[in-house]
Design a protein around this ligand. Structure first.
Ligand SMILES: N[C@@H]1[C@@H](O)[C@H](O)[C@@H](COP(=O)(O)O)O[C@@H]1O
Length: 300
């Protein structure tokens, strides 16, 4: 079994633990009414998108999500939450350094208690039980999201049951053989759709796209045809499934909690990698975290 498979299979247990521990981290996490930004890079940025939409949707206050490199320094936030498995990603550390001494209190949610981010942030949430050996993130990202979902009062045990279903049922027929995959979301599931697309690219070098579902009809649907797939995370807009089927494309409707649907997409990434003779533990051109030295930055 690859590290990725091993780690993605352990997600139900990690989510249960994160939900149990959420209360312990209340002081390090945003309070209702605070103006909040959630930041990260790669997978962590997409989880930030989901967290931001969930918090704002729960009426807990204005919440934005940014790639750490794109933080708008002209705006003021009460709290900035940085998601980073490695605790070493350059853009995240740079941002936390720039926020030191400003009005924004910072929190790092990370996997390793002994990395630079632990001194760069004011407050810390360490999810060491969800750390991973893989370059390709699966369980740390979804466990961090589960912790924040539980903090917002939005976690339920049914998500964990759905994740077990996602791990034990077959993938839709014909999906692994598709040549292109488009992932769609609405609200908090847009981040999940983005992450599903990234997972497929990282692990299986697949051509993937991801969009808010209502945007898909405004152009991207033109690439959908026989041999391609469109996968909706959460409830689909009226008529979209029929529209995709009419193109000859394979429609995959999300039947489980959208976070559990992401587990199915992670499994798809591993299955497509295997079908293409790729090792998901050795993704092309990627490292576990991106650390830019000044020399590298000059030549980048
Ligand atoms: N290849 C990895 C990505 O898979 C990961 O999502 C990103 C963020 O890493 P971290 O969460 O450790 O900051 O770093 C690298 O780019």
């Amino acid at each position: 079994m690859t590290h990725v498979e091993d780690e993605l299979t352990s997600q139900p247990a990690c989510w249960t633990r994160a939900a149990e521990e959420a209360g312990r981290h209340r002081d390090a996490l945003p309070s209702p009414g605070e103006r909040v930004a959630v930041v990260g890079c790669g997978t962590s940025y997409f989880m930030a998108q989901s967290v931001a939409a969930l918090r704002e949707g729960a009426g807990q206050g204005e919440t934005d999500a940014f790639a750490a490199s794109e933080f708008p320094h002209g705006r003021s936030y009460d709290r900035v939450v940085a998601l980073t498995r490695s605790g070493t990603t350059t853009e995240v550390l740079d941002l936390l350094g720039r926020l030191k001494g400003t009005a924004a209190r910072t929190t790092a949610v990370t996997a390793d208690p002994a990395t630079p981010v632990t001194t760069a942030a004011d407050d810390l949430v360490v999810l060491d039980f969800a750390d991973e050996r893989s370059v390709v993130q699966t369980r740390f990202a979804t466990t961090a999201l589960t912790l924040l979902r539980a903090h917002l009062g939005l976690h339920s045990d049914s998500v964990v049951a759905d994740a077990r279903t996602a791990l034990s049922t077959d993938l839709p027929r014909g999906l692994v053989a598709c040549t292109q995959f488009t992932f769609l979301g609405r609200g908090w599931t847009v981040g999940l759709a983005n992450e599903a697309g990234l997972k497929m690219r990282e692990a299986s070098l697949s051509w993937t796209e991801a969009y808010p579902a209502m945007e898909y009809r405004h152009g991207p649907i033109s690439i959908t045809t026989a041999g391609t797939a469109a996968w909706m995370f959460g409830e689909a807009p009226d008529g979209l499934a029929e529209q995709v089927r009419a193109t000859g494309g394979l429609w995959v409707g999300g039947v489980l909690d959208p976070l559990a649907e992401l587990v199915r997409a992670q499994r798809l990434a591993v299955a497509v990698a295997a079908a293409r003779g790729l090792d998901p533990d050795r993704p092309r051109h990627l490292t576990r975290s991106v650390i830019l030295t000044p020399d590298a930055a000059e030549t980048a």
